[in-house]
Design a protein around this ligand. Structure first.
Ligand SMILES: NC(=O)c1ccc[n+]([C@@H]2O[C@H](COP(=O)([O-])OP(=O)(O)OC[C@H]3O[C@@H](n4cnc5c(N)ncnc54)[C@H](OP(=O)(O)O)[C@@H]3O)[C@@H](O)[C@H]2O)c1
Length: 408
């Protein structure tokens, strides 16, 4: 299948092109660098000849209000017209979560204009709206710099890594058009000012971040709903939301977009690959902190695998490692109503009680299951001297991104 990636030389484009080529697709990385210009139209028709899918991840060279609007309108019109002429069957575009809540900003007005052109066209489409890329943190800091200080809103955000955006786009590109919009966000929530502070600290940059609720973000005032996902109801078709995984502090300072990786032990890798046989393992080496339990409980949950199940639309497989310090436990909790869970003890011993069943101790290599709706009353390290580790494999509705809800 021939796929054209417009903006294929950019941050996301490069990663997407590599991923798709790795999957054996014929991919054209189209951009001015390769002689394709969506503003002048140069090279566009030739690049699109015979293409089944076009992915638009181009970005405007200038963020100035009029220039950015003109870029996305002109580029969008030219691409869609060329697609109609070439008989392209799926237009995929990358937009931004919350775009239509940020209309004070010229940049986001331009993204809305781009989305509207796509929706009004005759080409079947999928719009993936992503939250801010972790790699964009430096640009956010720069845009908010006022002399020696940086003025930023403390609005909530759920940044995502460019690797995860590229992975999600590759999934979308391989699937049927949704004629709809999907939200993609990282799993970890930050406050914008705090994220930038941590970014600067990681870079040992002494600039000060001043928290200011009135500080505009690319021209728009923010609240806690502005940058966070949730606009699109979790319909089956747009249930990709939340498949992304955040990076940790160390990675924030890297401009190459490299992600921090916590490598699994050999034994864990073997066990995972057995469990995940038949499922794409591209994301296996990636990891993310899903949620740290309160320190008192001394347990930590880390997402190590997250993938759509291609043969079960709307479902995902997600795997988490739960690490318990000696004497550690997780609070009593439930999981999403859609979740089927298979848990295997990798190290040490786990004390567990599901629903009204007996409290049991599972040793390394032993497993138990939890069915949709089960209540996990006890989940604890059975030892006060040794650590313990559990791998839990969830088959869950993709839209159910919150895997654990502690009892109130
Ligand atoms: N930054 C964020 O946090 C964020 C969040 C969500 C969504 N997005 C969206 O993600 C998309 C990609 O962002 P990015 O950071 O990967 O962009 P980027 O690194 O700035 O890359 C921009 C790409 O657009 C190409 N381009 C520029 N002018 C063009 C033209 N006239 N014709 C064809 N291609 C042209 C560039 O080609 P050359 O290399 O040849 O110049 C380059 O390949 C954007 O649409 C952005 O709105 C961004």
């Amino acid at each position: 299948m021939k796929i054209v990636v417009i903006g294929g030389t950019g941050l996301i484009g490069t990663k997407l092109v590599n991923r798709l080529r790795h999957l054996g697709q014929e991919v054209i990385a189209a951009s001015p660098t390769s002689g394709v210009n969506t503003i002048t139209g140069a090279g566009l028709a030739a690049a699109l000849a015979g293409a089944r899918v076009v992915v638009d991840v181009a970005n405007a060279p200038s963020f100035e209000d009029a220039a950015v609007l003109s870029f996305f309108e002109t580029s969008g019109r030219n691409i869609l017209a060329a697609e109609a002429a070439a008989g392209v069957g799926h237009h995929v575009a990358l937009s931004v979560v919350g775009t239509d809540r940020l209309l004070q900003s010229g940049h986001f007005r331009a993204k809305v204009a781009q989305e509207n052109l796509i929706k009004a066209s005759s080409i079947p489409y999928t719009i993936l709206r992503a939250t801010q890329f972790f790699e964009f943190t430096g640009a956010i800091a720069q845009s908010a710099t006022d002399g020696q200080s940086i003025r930023l809103s403390p609005a909530l955000m759920r940044p995502v890594s460019s690797d995860d955006v590229a992975a999600a786009l590759a999934d979308v590109t391989s699937g049927a058009p949704l004629n709809g919009t999907i939200d993609l966000a990282g799993l970890e929530q930050f406050r914008l000012d705090e994220l930038v502070r941590r970014f600067l600290q990681a870079k040992q940059d002494a600039q000060q971040v001043i928290t200011d609720r009135q500080a505009p973000y690319f021209g728009a005032l923010l609240n806690d709903r502005s940058l966070t996902p949730g606009d699109h109801p979790p319909r089956r078709a747009d249930a990709l939301r939340g498949m992304a995984q955040p990076v940790r502090d160390g990675a924030l300072a890297r401009s190459d977009g490299a992600r921090s990786k916590r490598h699994l032990t050999k034994g864990e890798q073997k066990m995972l690959s057995r469990l995940l046989y038949g499922v794409a393992v591209a994301a296996l080496a990636t990891t993310a902190t899903l949620a740290d339990d309160p320190p008192a409980t001394k347990s930590k949950v880390t997402l190590v695998f997250d993938h759509l199940l291609p043969n079960a639309p709307g479902k995902s497989m997600r795997c988490v490692l739960v690490d318990y310090q000696p004497g550690g436990s997780s609070p009593a909790h439930t999981h999403p109503g859609s979740a089927f869970i298979y848990a295997t003890v990798l190290e040490g011993a786990i004390r567990s009680k599901v629903n009204d069943g007996p409290e049991k101790i599972y040793h390394a290599g032993e497993s138990f299951a939890e069915l949709p709706g089960d209540h996990h009353g006890v989940s604890a390290n059975a030892s006060n001297t040794q650590p313990a580790r559990l791998l839990a494999v969830f088959v869950v509705d993709t839209a159910d991104v919150n895997l654990v809800t502690p009892d109130k």
